[in-house]
Design a protein around this ligand. Structure first.
Ligand code: IDP
Ligand code: MG
Length: 136
């Protein structure tokens, strides 16, 4: 049975800075995702704090929010069968050193903080994150 889902992907500042957005978008489309909506933006630190508020108790929260707001990002609404888990798989582990071959983070990630992409981790968060960028 098919289970079409939408998920939010962000191409983070380290990847946009290296002009990798077309290569990363191709990895998505080659893997069966359709890009239903996308925009290149730069968010404020306050917006990054709101976006990442689930991490507010983590020691890396402040650096994470500074980083996400440090330069342009590309946000995309991706659609595919079981998109949320499929995107997590294609992204690879949070730490690029631990990411499997063939994943975006293995190929392009620089470090655990500059890991090139974000992807929603659940159906509930995908809805919240898509609304955050596209339905506000
Ligand atoms: P995810 O992006 O794979 O879902 P999360 O645990 O949700 O990983 O963390 C969000 C982001 O916070 C990560 O993508 C990474 O950029 C950053 N991060 C996670 N853990 C660490 C850490 O231990 N040190 C620095 N940054 C981290
Ligand atoms: Mg996460």
């Amino acid at each position: 049975m098919s289970n079409i889902e939408q998920t939010l992907s962000i191409i983070k500042p380290d990847a946009v800075e290296r002009n990798l957005q077309d290569d990363i978008k191709k990895m998505f489309t080659d893997n069966g995702f359709s890009i239903k909506d996308e925009k290149k933006i730069q968010i404020s630190k306050t917006e990054a704090e709101e976006f990442y508020k689930v991490h507010q108790s983590k020691p890396f929260y402040n650096d994470l929010c500074s980083y996400l707001s440090s330069g342009p990002i590309v946000v995309m609404k991706l659609e595919k069968d079981n998109a949320i888990i499929a995107n997590r798989k294609l992204m690879g582990a949070t730490d690029p050193l631990k990411a499997d071959n063939g994943t975006i983070r293995k190929k392009y990630g620089i470090s655990i903080d500059k890991n090139s992409v974000h992807g929603s981790d659940s159906v509930e968060n995908a809805k919240i994150e898509i609304d955050f960028f596209f339905n506000s």
